[in-house]
Design a protein around this ligand. Sequence first.
Ligand SMILES: [Ca+2]
Length: 159
Amino acid sequence: MAYDTEYGRLPVAKAYEGKDTYYPANNAAMWAPMMIALCGNIDPADPDKKVDPSIATIPNERKIVFLNLKKSDLDLSSGVGVVKQPFPDRNGKAQFFFMAIDSNGDGILGDKDQPAGKLPDFSSGALSGAKITADVAVWSNCAEDPSDPKKMNFWVHTY
Ligand SMILES: [Ca+2]
């Protein structure tokens, strides 16, 4: 991740430093500060709104733009922008990403803190319980019924 290269740390809110972090799908409270930080302290849902780096939830002191998001990339129903994944379900309903960050820097995700038991185990087809070696994991469920583990081949993921 380019943020890690620039700052020597992962993009994590100060409140979560030292603990692994989990971003549930379409959770505006978690996703909006991440999108603002990665867009160079500019809110992609409202580009006129610039966030002071000194009070940003996730620091980006040099205002580096890591992502360029359009409003059409976002779900604005919550009043702030949450990035959608590009593949809606077969009914056209927007789908969202899940993400876990190895904020404690031990090289393992899914074993403790917020992501514990939440990463789908794509190697076994289980809906949750994966423990992986990665800094960041991103996944999304394109299946119509997210509770049906038999449809895990409809999921997109980075691990
Ligand atoms: Ca960890």
